[in-house]
Design a protein around this ligand. Sequence first.
Ligand code: HEM
Length: 354
Amino acid sequence: QFLCSVLSEAADVGLALDLAPELTRAVTNVICSLCFNSSYCRGDSEFETMLQYSQGIVDTVAKDSLVDIFPWLQIFPNADLRLLKHCVSVRDKLLQKKFDEHKVTLDLIDALLRAKRSAENNNTSEISAESVGLSDDHILMTVGDIFGAGVETTTTVLKWAVAYLIHHPEVQRRIQDELDRTVGDSRSPKLTDRGSLPYLEATIREVLRIRPVAPLLIPHVALCDTSIGSFTVRRGTRVIINLWALHHDEKEWKNPEWFDPGRFLNSDGTGPTIPSPSYLPFGAGLRVCLGEALAKMELFLFLSWILQRFTLSVPPGHGLPSLEGKFGVVLQPAKYKVNATIRPDWARHKCQAE
Ligand code: HEM
C-alpha cells in the first residue's frame, strides 16, 4: 500500500522515479515485520544504514571471488575484504540493538527466544540451548541470514521484473487484462487470486529464468565422495552450479535470450507450467532456498497491486533500462527511472473516493 501511494504521488506530478529504494524498503519491511514485528518509514536513518551495509555486502561478496576459491589469500591486504568486514560489523551492531530492544512480541526473534528458554528449562547434560544452536549469537545470526537472503534477492527480482515490463508493454497489457477480468477494480489482489492469474505467474517464472538472482547459486561443498553424471566428485570439493547456463541452455529453451512468459503457460494457455527440468531459480535439494514460498507470495502481491493500478513506462528523455546486469553474488540491474501512469479505472476510483 505504501509503495502504491509513492507511485501514485509520483504519477500525479509526472515525476520519473527510481523505484529501487522504494522496492527495497517495501521488501525490507516484510522481513522486518516477520523478524522484529516492526517496519521503517521513508527517510528513517536506521533504514539508510541498512541500505548502505547491504549494498556493501552485495558489492564485495563473490566479487573477483578468488578469496572464496583460495581462502588462504585472505592473509594479503584486500580492500574488498576490509569493506565487507566493516559492513558485517555495522550489520551486527544494528541486529544487536534490535535484539536488545526486543519486547515480548510475536515474531521470529520471539519464537527463537522462547525455544531457547524452553531448552534451558529442560537442560540436561545432553541437550543445552547452546548445543541445539540457540545461543544469543545463533539467534542473531539466524535473523542476519534471513535479512541477508530475503531482502536483496526479492528486491532484485522486482527490479528486473519492472525493467522487463517496461521493455514489453504488451506483457503488461496482458497481465492487466487478466487482472481486470479476474480481480476487477473494486478490491486489491489477494494471495487466493494467484491460481486465477496464470499469465502473471508465467511472467514471474520467466523473469526468474532469464535473470536468475543467484547465477552461480551459493557455493556448495561435497560432504562425501559422490558423482554428478559421469564426473567423480571427491569429499570436500567445492561445487559451483552454473544456474545461468541451465537457464540459457539452447537445448532446453527456444531463443533463451528472448523474454517470453508464454513458454511457462500450458498448451491451451490456461495454467502455468515448467517446460524444462533445466529451471532451478531457488536451487534444489537439501539446501534449496528457505524463503521460496515467501518470495513467491511477495512477487505476486507486489506486481499484481502495481499493475492493477499503474502502467509503467520509460520517462520522456530517458532510455530503456539496460538488461545486462552487474555480476556479483546477486545479479543486479543498473539503475533506471520509471514513469507510473494511473490506469483510467483507478483514476476514476480515486476521484470517487475523494
Ligand atoms: C525471489 C527471491 C529469492 C530467490 C530467487 C532466492 C534464491 C535462492 C537461491 C538460489 C539459494 C541457494 C540455493 C542453493 O545454493 O542450492 C537460496 C538460499 C537461501 N535463501 Fe533464498 N531466494 C529468494 C528469497 C529468499 C527469502 C525471501 C528468504 C528468507 C526469508 C530466503 C532465504 C534463503 C536461505 C536461508 C537460504 C540458504 C538455505 C540453505 O543453505 O540451507 N530466500 N535462495
